[in-house]
Design a protein around this ligand. Structure first.
Ligand SMILES: NC(=O)c1cc2c(=O)c3cc(F)ccc3oc2nc1N
Length: 331
């Protein structure tokens, strides 16, 4: 069918608006470096909405107008994870961190480097992309089977609906509620007499289990990605390179991380984060220490419950706070 000139121009304008708006959303939500004003963004967004209203057959799932679905979920379908989503073993003091490092170092002649990351206190999620398009998002569930929360995850503005490369990959990370959002929503709930959220983690977990994506969107959740299932389309040699690849594809990663050569550097970084964590815009419940080299990760493998190549150092103060809360609670 011969398309008239102006129809062709409308289609081109629609495609141009989609890619420009997605780029601006990436700059704003992933890099936290907006380069246009909200007014300019809204103006372009409205133009796109009008074009899509006039030509609904041109609407694609990666359009910025498709983030908040209007169907209510009837329930959550189950998703069997391609690879198990393990939990981390815990270390509660420096000696246990040392024992972990020693165990790993005993497995290889090579000098082992460790990637040390903040342990975001949120909800583990798995995101699947096919040829660069976001197709499914799931919770960890019991580690083997999770829940399909695709429509809810689409409302997280830093989640790329389309990657910068047409890669097929599953990535994993943590969805969380920023501290300022938690405070704001709880202030609102106090005013309307609703029960306030106990903590950002519960608010995020409850947020992602809503049946109405509009309600999910109001929780203004965010996420950091920190893991991926390796395949022919996506393969890296280290955790450090993984972060570079994730960033290259358009994912949001936590820059507060450090590649450490030994236990001293690991503990120094842990103490630094332990000091400054109350000033961070998100809650963390510890630090994750990972073998940086992927081949060594695979050599070390997993126990029934947890990876042998990573461990979570839990902050002491949290335990004390928990004890304190318990005492307060009983009294
Ligand atoms: N909450 C987190 O910020 C966080 C959590 C995990 C994991 O749960 C985790 C679980 C594994 F089996 C392996 C690596 C992991 O790495 C992780 N890295 C992180 N930064």
């Amino acid at each position: 069918m011969v398309q008239s000139k102006d129809l062709e121009q409308s289609k081109e304008r629609l495609e141009q608006l989609k890619s420009e708006l997605n780029l601006h959303a990436y700059n704003y939500y992933v890099l936290d470096k907006p380069n246009i004003t909200d007014a300019e963004y809204d103006q372009m967004y409205n133009e796109l909405e009008n074009l899509e209203k006039a030509h609904p057959e041109w609407i694609t799932s990666d359009s910025p107008t498709q983030r908040i679905g209007d169907q209510l979920l009837e329930g959550f379908t189950k998703v069997e994870h391609a690879e198990a989503m393990y939990s981390l073993g815990n270390a509660f003091n420096e000696e246990e961190v040392g024992a972990f490092i020693q165990r790993v170092q005993n497995q290889t002649e090579q000098e082992v480097e460790f990637m040390v990351e903040c342990k975001i206190d949120g909800l583990a999620i798995a995101l699947t992309y096919e040829n660069g398009t976001f197709v499914r998002g799931a919770t960890r569930g019991d580690g083997t089977v999770g829940e399909d929360i695709t429509t809810n995850l689409r409302t997280i503005r830093s989640l790329p609906l389309k990657l910068k490369e047409p890669v097929s990959v599953e990535v994993r990370g943590e969805a969380y509620m920023p501290k300022d959002v938690f405070k704001q929503l709880n202030d609102e709930r106090e005013e309307t007499g609703e029960v306030p959220f106990a903590n950002p983690r519960n608010a995020a977990a409850g947020g992602l289990r809503q049946i109405d994506p509009k309600a999910v969107s109001k929780r203004r959740l965010n996420m950091f990605l920190y893991s991926a299932l390796y395949n022919d389309d996506f393969d890296v040699e280290s955790q450090a390179e993984l972060f570079e690849q994730l960033q290259f594809l358009g994912f949001r990663t936590n820059p507060l991380r450090k590649l450490c050569k030994n236990q001293t550097e690991v503990m120094d970084f842990i103490h630094q984060i332990e000091e400054e964590r109350h000033d961070l815009p998100y809650e963390i419940d510890g630090i994750v220490i990972k073998v940086n080299d992927v081949a060594l990760q695979q050599q070390l493998g997993y126990t029934v419950k947890a990876p042998r190549w990573a461990i979570a150092y839990k902050f002491k103060a949290d335990i004390a706070e928990t004890k304190l809360n318990e005492v307060e609670w009983t009294v």
